[in-house]
Design a binder for this molecule. Structure first.
Ligand code: GUN
Ligand code: FE
Length: 425
């Protein structure tokens, strides 16, 4: 039986408007799930392994809803262009290298190690078009103990020659992964049309069929950049708008779906996402770097669209969801000004929620410490950050998010299992 008790200052956000704080309390874990939080340890838990983190803060693990594993070597490079020329100049040439499994292994081990380091306990990841390196990435996530959805990218037009897939072969490769790579409870496949401009109608249609046949989720990009939106109008003249292109091919919420960016969706498209319960992955750093724009997160929240946060490596320049929570709140303040103070800025609580339970809910009961939730957690030692004044736990959490970094994370847990640093040898 994998039962234990952790003692410390416990904080989590069951909703975007509520921070639940349990000072100097015990969190009880049975079979990897939270069963209770109490300030006195009941006799019935006395036999459980007790881990004493008195004075430390225990928070849910962070969730990254969108990043590109094969772009990791490019992080911080070539951010002087907008989306389409950036893809052609920097991204596609790097992604072309992943038929080399030795190279892939080197990159993926560094990436997964860094996800661990920054406390990202679950992530939703684009691989490249390559079947074997996608399987390798899945197996490496399994070996690490971190949770992930991993998708083989599909594209059969408007890309570099070495990445241009034959539609039939692309679908066969994808189906092979969906059939073979479904054993793990923590690492699962996800159908991944790169975005509408690089997929033919036949490709989109077949991918929609596969998602339904194997009941697997879908991820793609949507309305990131103005030139992209215009291009999609030209490529799909009969579709009402960009979001409805995916919807027409069963790729917008028929199964659980994430759309990255969502900067330029119309109200009609946002409503459609809300009705179909499609997640928006907000990537503020990427949107700044590629001069894309600022997603109106407040509008999505008001319309009931589920939202999570994402690094979008390598459009984004930081893997740290801590940083991205701060960046999300800052971006929302600029949006507030840009909207003539109509779209209210996000609160600290809302930012923290989006980086934990907001994205975590894509994985099930993840990202919070409510009863029944998976115990995905970080132990934070903030002694280096605390100044001269006495701070509340909520204030300490603000300091951690805005001024802390990976050095403040001393332990990480996924489903009640302590995760050690992966690939150390
Ligand atoms: N749209 C299509 N592909 C990509 C990508 O790799 N990164 C980003 N940011 N947007 C995309
Ligand atoms: Fe992306």
């Amino acid at each position: 039986m994998n039962n234990m008790v952790l003692k410390g200052d416990i904080a989590f956000t069951p909703t975007k408007d509520i921070m639940e704080i349990h000072k100097n309390s015990y969190i009880i874990i049975e079979e990897g799930k939270v069963v209770d939080i109490c300030n006195q340890l009941d006799n019935s838990y006395k036999g459980y392994l007790l881990k004493d983190f008195t004075g430390k803060i225990i928070i849910p693990g962070f969730v990254d809803l969108h990043l590109h594993a094969p772009q990791y070597p490019n992080m911080g490079l070539g951010l002087d262009k907008e989306l389409i020329p950036w893809l052609d100049t920097y991204t596609f040439p790097e992604e072309g290298k992943y038929d080399d499994l030795d190279y892939a292994r080197k990159v993926f081990s560094k990436l997964i190690k860094d996800l661990w380091r920054f406390g990202t306990t679950r992530s939703v990841v684009f691989s490249s078009i390559h079947k074997e390196s996608t399987k390798l990435l899945m197996n490496m996530f399994i070996a690490s103990g971190l949770g992930a959805y991993v998708g083989k990218v599909n594209m059969d037009r408007n890309t570099a020659e070495e990445l241009m897939e034959n539609t039939k072969k692309s679908i066969e490769d994808t189906e092979e992964i969906l059939k073979e790579c479904c054993e793990s409870d923590l690492v699962k496949p996800i159908v991944t049309p790169r975005f509408a401009p690089t997929c033919s109608e036949e490709m989109l249609s077949k991918l929609g069929e596969l998602a339904i046949k194997y009941d697997v989720p879908v991820q793609s990009h949507l309305s990131e950049n103005t030139s992209e939106v215009i291009w999609v109008k030209e490529l799909f003249p009969n579709s009402k708008n960009y979001a409805s292109v995916y919807d027409e091919f069963n790729l917008l919420g028929k199964t659980k779906t994430i759309m990255a960016h969502c900067v330029y969706n119309t109200d009609e498209e946002i409503d459609l996402m809300g009705r179909n319960k499609v997640y928006a992955a907000h990537c503020p750093y990427s949107n700044y770097n590629l001069s894309s724009g600022i997603m109106p997160v407040r509008k999505y929240l008001d319309k009931g669209v589920p939202v999570g946060l994402a690094s979008d490596i390598s459009g984004g320049n930081s893997l740290s969801i801590m940083d991205i929570i701060g960046g999300t709140i800052q971006a929302s303040k600029m949006k507030w000004l840009e909207s003539n103070k109509e779209l209210q800025p996000l609160t600290f609580n809302e930012g923290f929620f989006l980086g934990t339970k907001g994205g975590g809910s894509f994985f099930g009961e993840v990202g919070s410490f409510e009863k029944g939730y998976d115990f995905d957690a970080l132990i934070i030692d903030d002694s280096s950050l605390i100044g001269l004044n006495e701070l509340s736990i909520e204030e300490r959490l603000q300091k951690i998010i805005y001024t802390g970094d990976d050095r403040n994370i001393i332990e990480r847990y996924v489903k009640g299992i302590k995760i050690e640093e992966p690939f150390t040898s």
